[in-house]
Design a protein around this ligand. Structure first.
Ligand code: HEC
Length: 131
């Protein structure tokens, strides 16, 4: 009778023990390689965050929603071959035209963004240039 209750309990504690060991091992391994909580994205690793722009919250919001994916938090990510916005030679007006009409893998935004949104985000990305 007693055995009936002891056995499942022993099995359970054995399982728990193994799980604990596995967890300890994996924590130890990641500590040893020095990569415990390291962010996987390179721009995050350098602590770069998307610039604030109190005068242009719309531009920032549009950038987060539509552009960050390829251009990144510093405009330099280059996802899908995206141009580096930090060294872009385009003026604000020229950038607005690229956003409106698209270029290579970057699609046209004229059907998705209003004229105001395009102007705002074109203004916002000028912030990347000062760095
Ligand atoms: C799918 C990825 C992708 C997304 C999303 C994207 N872009 Fe691009 N962007 C690119 C690519 C690719 C290029 C063109 C590279 C080339 O012509 O060699 C580019 C070029 C540009 C350029 C031209 C820069 C220059 O100096 O030539 C600007 C400005 C720009 N993007 C801004 C934006 C903005 C603003 C958004 C959001 C509304 C955005 N992009 C969204 C991929 C993307």
């Amino acid at each position: 009778m007693l055995l009936r209750y002891v056995r499942p309990f022993t099995l359970l504690s054995l399982c728990l023990g193994l799980m604990l060991m596995a967890a300890t091992l994996s924590v130890g391994a990641s500590c040893a390689s020095g990569e415990g909580q390291a962010p996987t994205h390179p721009t995050q690793a350098t602590g770069v965050v998307l610039p604030e722009d109190p005068d242009n919250p719309l531009g920032r919001a549009v950038y987060i929603k539509h552009c960050k994916l390829c251009h990144g938090v510093d405009g330099q990510m280059g996802g899908s071959g995206a141009a580096n916005l930090a060294v872009s030679l385009l003026t604000e007006e020229e950038a607005a035209l690229v956003i409106k009409n698209g270029r290579k893998l970057m699609q046209s935004y004229k059907d998705r963004l209003s004229v105001e949104e395009i102007q705002s985000v074109a203004a916002y990305i000028q912030l990347f240039k000062d760095k």
